[in-house]
Design a protein around this ligand. Structure first.
Ligand SMILES: NC(=O)c1ccc[n+]([C@@H]2O[C@H](COP(=O)([O-])OP(=O)(O)OC[C@H]3O[C@@H](n4cnc5c(N)ncnc54)[C@H](O)[C@@H]3O)[C@@H](O)[C@H]2O)c1
Length: 310
C-alpha cells in the first residue's frame, strides 16, 4: 500500500468540491498538499481552513489555470519551494467543468488539455529515467469517460473524459512504471453533489438523478479515491456508483474489436445468397448469425472430442 506520510501532493481545481475532499483525505494521511485553482478567494479560504487543521507547513494554495502549461510549471516549482523539496510525489488532475456553459473549446481546453499539461509535466519531472523519483498521477475523469451518452448537448464533456481515460490507459503501462516509476490511475465517478452542478436547472438535475439512480456525496468519491491512490495498479480505471463499493473497469475495447472482426472474417465464407451485406455488416442479423454459428461449432467440437476420448 502506497504510504502518503511525508509525501508532497499537488491537486488541480481543489478550492472546493471533490478536489477539496481529496486534499483533506490526503492531509489526514500525513502528506503535504498544494491546492491550486482559478478561484482565488475560495482557494484561500480552503487553505486557511486546512492550515488550522493540519499546520502551515503542510498546506499551500496557488492560483493556477490548468489550460496554461507555463502556469502549471510555475505552480509545480512554487510547491517544491514552499515545501522545501526537489520533487512532488503525487499529481491529481482534478480541475474540470461541465462544458455546456463554457462552450466546447474551453471544455476541451480545461478537461483534456489541462490534464495533458499536468501529465506531460509530471512525467518529465517524476520520471526515474530523467533522474526523478517516480510518483503517482491520478486523473479524474467520469463515468462519461467509459461510455457514450446519447446527449448531443454534453458531447464535449463526454469527449474530454473519454480522451482522459484513453490517455491514461495508453500511457499507464507496466513498461512506463518499470522505466519511469510512475503509476497512472483514473477515477470515474458518477454524478456527485458538488458545485459543478450549480449551473444546472432543477429539471436537468431531476433528469440526471433519475438516470443515475441518485447522486453520490463527495465523501463516497473521496473514499474510492483513496483506495485507488493507495492500492490501484498502473493503468487501472476505477468507477464509483451510488451505494456500491468502488469497482475497476477493464479495457474491453480490443477484445470486442477482435470478436467483431473475427465475425466479419467468417462472413467471407457465407454465400452472398444467404446475406447480402452491401451496406456493411450489421450486428443484427449478420454478426448474431456468426456468433450463434461459432457457439454451435464450439459445442459440437467439445461434444465430439468428449465422445472420442471416452
Ligand atoms: N460532480 C460530479 O458530478 C462529477 C462526476 C464525475 C466527474 N467529475 C469530475 O470531478 C472533477 C472535480 O469536479 P467537482 O465535481 O468537484 O466540481 P467543482 O466545480 O466543485 O470543482 C472543479 C474545480 O475546477 C476548477 N477549475 C475550473 N477551470 C479551471 C482551470 N482552467 N484551471 C484550474 N482550475 C479550474 C473550478 O474552479 C473548481 O474549483 C472534475 O474534473 C469533474 O469533471 C465530477
Amino acid at each position: 500500500m502506497f504510504n502518503l506520510s511525508g509525501k508532497t501532493v499537488l491537486i488541480t481545481g481543489s478550492a472546493g468540491g471533490l478536489g477539496k475532499e481529496f486534499a483533506q483525505r490526503i492531509l489526514q494521511q500525513g502528506a503535504k498538499v498544494c491546492l491550486t485553482d482559478i478561484k482565488t478567494e475560495l482557494g484561500q479560504a480552503t487553505e486557511k481552513e486546512f492550515v488550522k487543521a493540519f499546520g502551515a507547513d503542510r498546506v499551500h494554495f496557488e492560483v493556477c489555470n490548468v489550460t496554461n502549461a507555463d502556469d502549471v510549471l510555475k505552480v509545480w516549482q512554487n510547491a517544491c519551494q514552499k515545501f522545501e523539496v526537489d520533487h512532488l510525489d503525487v499529481l491529481v488532475n482534478n480541475a474540470g467543468v461541465m462544458g455546456e456553459k463554457e462552450g466546447w473549446k474551453l471544455c476541451l481546453d480545461i478537461n483534456l488539455r489541462g490534464v495533458l499539461n499536468g501529465c506531460t509535466l509530471a512525467m518529465e519531472k517524476m520520471s526515474r529515467a530523467n533522474g526523478g523519483r517516480g510518483g503517482v498521477i491520478v486523473n479524474v475523469a467520469s463515468i462519461l469517460g467509459l461510455f457514450n451518452a446519447q446527449q448531443p448537448k454534453g458531447w464535449a464533456y463526454n469527449t474530454s473524459k473519454s480522451a482522459v481515460v484513453t490517455y491514461s490507459r495508453c500511457v499507464g503501462t507496466a513498461e512506463t512504471e518499470a522505466q519511469d516509476g510512475i503509476r497512472i490511475l483514473t477515477l470515474c465517478p458518477s454524478v456527485t453533489q458538488t458545485p459543478i452542478l450549480d449551473g444546472c436547472t432543477q429539471a436537468e438535475l431531476a433528469e440526471m438523478k433519475k438516470n443515475v439512480g441518485g447522486f453520490l456525496q463527495a465523501d463516497q468519491v473521496g473514499k474510492a479515491f483513496m483506495t485507488l491512490l493507495q492500492t490501484g495498479q498502473t493503468g487501472s480505471v476505477m468507477s464509483v456508483w451510488k451505494d456500491c463499493p468502488p469497482y475497476y473497469i477493464p479495457d474491453t475495447g480490443m477484445g470486442l474489436f477482435i470478436l467483431y472482426t473475427t465475425c466479419a472474417m467468417v462472413m467471407r465464407f457465407v454465400p452472398k445468397s444467404v446475406f447480402d451485406p452491401t451496406n456493411g455488416l450489421k450486428f443484427f442479423p449478420h454478426m448474431t448469425f456468426i456468433l450463434v454459428a461459432m457457439l454451435v461449432v464450439w459445442i459440437l467440437v467439445a461434444k465430439f472430442s468428449m465422445w472420442l476420448l471416452f
